[in-house]
Write a protein that binds this ligand. Sequence first.
Ligand code: HEM
Length: 383
Amino acid sequence: MSMSPLIPSWEPLSEAVLSDQLGTYDRMRSACPVAASPRGVTLFCHADVVAAANDPDGFSSATTTRRSVPNSIDPPEHAGWRALIDPFFSAEQMALLQPRVRAIADSLVASLPRNTTIDAVAEIGRPLAVRAQTEWLGWHETKDRLLAWMADNHDATRSGDRERTTAVAAAFDEIIGAQVERRRRLGDAAPDDPTTELITATYDDRPLEDAEIVSILRNWTAGDLGSIATALGVAVHFLAEHPGVQQELRRDPSGLAPAVDEMLRIDDPFLVSRRVTTETVRIRGHELPAGTRVYLNWTSANRDEAVFGGADAYRPEEHAPFNLVYGAGIHVCPGRPLASMELVVTVGSLLAATSGIELAPDATPVRETYPVGGWRRVPIQLR
Ligand code: HEM
């Protein structure tokens, strides 16, 4: 890949960066808002990330040969897929699901020991994500397999071993395939859930191909399970460090949605999205030729002092219009209503059932590393 020699270089996978991702992004953003690694060019500033996300003609999402619906699809085809997908996350659908997620969150929170160290990621985030997702999709019998898969997937991704990641992906497709098969066998007796609805949906007046159904379901589950779990880790860690915010939200939970969004803005666990340029583009005086791989660094953009009062300043209402946790442009996260509902319900349930959430005195939180942000382990005690 050839690119402008003027672009400063960096190595996002180096030990130094991995041991302090947020700090490095903060420094990169002020020192060199565009930087190149052997794998592509990273954009760190809010304005550049938003501009690229809003220019799908110049910045294509078809970054690999593997077709992923709707993630890797460009205009004009992309709009048709979003028209099919977005109604699954309508306010009406979310209102129907909300009490079922509340019941899951309440029973999980009630089962947690008090005054004992627990890990908010493993003992709250992951089980909540899996139980809420299987409830939504109607995949009740897959809970244990999905939990095991999440752990395998996490380890395989970090191993960098292609054979392992391929095997883990195949194992996941098998879980999905079984769900599709079962509903086809049941025909009219298939359960009334989003999975059945997707199998019977049409795109452009034709039924979906199996590969398309599997791809959509993969993006609804595989991509999302981990982000809900890590997002909960980030929110719980923030609350543990900010008892004042905890008390305020306990007193008035109506502000929970913007509050959680703001906690995720400060420490956005969804680090980057990839694009590839379709033509020569200019960014801050640098010329990126067609075919340049580009990383939109949401985590850095979300801490950009040019837009936010301060990277770590907690101002939910004021910062909401610029928040990029769920992306921007045509690929903006369709699952946001679901993610936000699950996070708000779970955090609300945790606050309501406790008088305090504290960092454990006997263990240290551990950061996640690329390709994920936030926390790997958040040891806390509930009071
Ligand atoms: C805290 C949780 C979540 C975060 C932080 C998050 C974040 C994002 C971001 C930043 C994007 C934009 C990617 C891009 O521009 O290339 C995105 C896209 C997407 N998200 Fe989410 N997401 C979350 C939860 C979910 C959930 C629950 C679902 C579905 C069940 C979901 C499904 C998708 C899909 C299908 C896309 C691709 C959309 C497209 O290409 O048009 N996400 N998400």
